[in-house]
Design a protein around this ligand. Structure first.
Ligand code: FES
Ligand code: FES
Length: 175
């Protein structure tokens, strides 16, 4: 890809990691949030050149079985409504809890400036604080049901652009 390509497009279109969402594309909404070397960063605002040699974690890399306390607490509290903003919030919260596992509402609001069009902010604050308690071993959450599809099958179900480019005929998109 062009070295100036924003990371968001490289993740979604070339790597088929579509858990990271494309919302505004200009840094406002936070739907594209990933961790880069442990910092929550909007992936639409950094180029692939800028992240070369750095460690990028997307929502797919948080856990492959929904076992991360944030995933558990968001499911337990029915936080996602439409769900579009959820990966971005979880990645921002993951970076926050690593630095501050006992955040106040104010800490959360200051650290996470993502937008939820469904207005789920209160539920998200509660789920983030609960995940922090789980990480501090003060509380447990019973396991959420496993995903209905494996990450591998999910990746195959959403054809990525690079698959089409690998074949002029575009006949085989099964890899
Ligand atoms: S898509 Fe990156 S901040 Fe909205
Ligand atoms: S749950 Fe719909 S945008 Fe947040």
């Amino acid at each position: 890809m062009d070295p100036e390509t924003p990371l968001l497009w490289a993740l979604r279109d070339a790597s088929n990691l579509t858990g990271t969402k494309f919302g505004c594309g200009n840094g406002d909404c936070g739907a594209c949030m990933v961790e880069i070397d442990g910092e929550a960063i909007r992936s639409c605002l950094v180029t692939i050149t800028e992240v070369e040699g750095r460690f990028v974690r997307t929502i797919e890399g948080l856990s492959n079985d929904r076992s991360h306390p944030l995933q558990q607490s968001f499911v337990a509290a029915n936080v996602p409504q439409c769900g579009f903003c959820t990966p971005g919030f979880i990645m921002a919260a993951s970076a926050l809890l690593r630095k501050n596992p006992d955040p106040s509402d104010k800490d959360i609001d200051e650290a996470i400036t993502n937008i939820c069009r469904c207005g789920g902010y209160n539920a998200m604050r509660g789920a983030i604080k609960r995940a922090g308690r789980v990480m501090r071993k003060l509380e447990t959450i019973s396991a959420a049901p496993p995903p209905g599809i494996t990450p591998e099958d999910a990746a195959k179900a959403v054809p990525s652009l690079n698959v089409g480019k690998s074949s002029d005929s575009g006949a085989d998109d099964s890899e």
